[in-house]
Ligand binder design. Structure first.
Ligand code: NAI
Length: 262
């Protein structure tokens, strides 16, 4: 018996990286997964093999009629929406005096407004169900502490964290739990695109080192945390921003204990 047996789970950003890892893990745990992304998913067959009723929709999280139709379609096809993982996101940033309004709006629109729109319709569906539901927003450690040049990306993820907490307050009495997972640096196409740009190799190593486990994370490690928050194991957890970052935000490591082999 899977941990999400017969639950209906919407996963945005399901074509790639963290969203795809969530879709696959949730399918393996018995969920019917509705994947959503602006791109087709080259590996969706593995999800469909694990959970044959699963479906996949191409669309944009910033388009309100699309998101409304997506949620309504899932509820009418499967009878409920039990879990919503909001992983669709893009990167961007730079010091603000160099940042165009267009770039600011682009990042805020997908990461913050997209999360709002999916949350709006997901919470709206879940609050009227006897079983309630669970929303898991994929924020970032950059939503809980600043990053060099983070600007619009950090602001968008900070917005996701506080929106998560506010929604947890608003929908708790209707049995809808709302949590965020805040990943450190996870080896996905998004992260690789950031670090593969010219001159970023030294920064890549600095960032890797700052994870106290000495490595970047894997998408499956975020899927495991999202699964916990989505499942009944987290039945008393709401309004929480769960940092999953290999110790990145634990504090500074200066190498003082290296002579002791630590
Ligand atoms: P990714 O680039 O591998 O996957 C993101 C997916 O979102 C892509 O499939 C993309 O097509 C989709 N997407 C982007 N804009 C969309 C839109 N407007 N409508 C629908 N789908 C859209 O990236 P990754 O790393 O898997 O990121 C997933 C989430 O995790 C993002 O919200 C990201 O900000 C967050 N995150 C990632 C970290 C990392 O180091 N990879 C660290 C912390 C947070």
């Amino acid at each position: 018996m899977g941990r999400l047996e017969n639950q209906v789970a919407l996963v945005t950003g399901a074509a790639s990286g963290i969203g795809y890892a969530c879709a696959l893990r949730f399918a393996q745990e018995g969920a019917i997964v509705v994947g959503f992304d602006r791109h087709e998913c080259p590996d969706w067959k593995a999800v469909a093999d694990a959970a044959p009723k699963s479906s996949y929709v191409v669309g944009d999280v910033t388009d309100e009629p699309t998101v409304e139709a997506l949620v309504r379609g899932a509820v009418s096809e499967f009878g409920s929406l039990d879990v919503s993982v909001n992983a669709a996101g893009i990167t961007g940033g730079g010091p603000v005096h160099l940042l165009s309004l267009e770039d600011w709006n682009r990042v805020m629109n997908v990461n913050a407004t997209g999360t709002f729109l999916v949350g709006k319709y997901a919470a709206g569906a879940m609050m009227d169900q006897p079983g309630g539901g669970s929303i898991v927003n994929v924020a970032s450690i950059e939503g809980v502490e600043g990053t060099e040049g983070g600007s619009c990306y950090s602001a968008s993820k900070g917005a996701v964290v506080i929106l998560t907490k506010n929604m947890a307050i608003d929908y708790g009495r209707r049995n809808v739990r709302v949590n965020a997972v805040c990943p450190g640096f996870i080896d996905t196409p998004l992260m690789r695109a950031t670090f593969d740009s010219p001159g970023m190799a030294p920064a890549r190593e600095r960032y890797r080192e700052e994870h106290k486990l000495g490595r970047f994370g894997k998408p499956e490690e975020i899927a495991g945390a999202a699964l916990f928050l989505a499942s009944s194991d987290a039945s008393f957890v709401t309004g929480h921003a769960l940092v999953v970052d290999g110790g990145f935000t634990a504090g500074m490591r200066a190498g003082v204990l290296e002579p002791l082999g630590l």
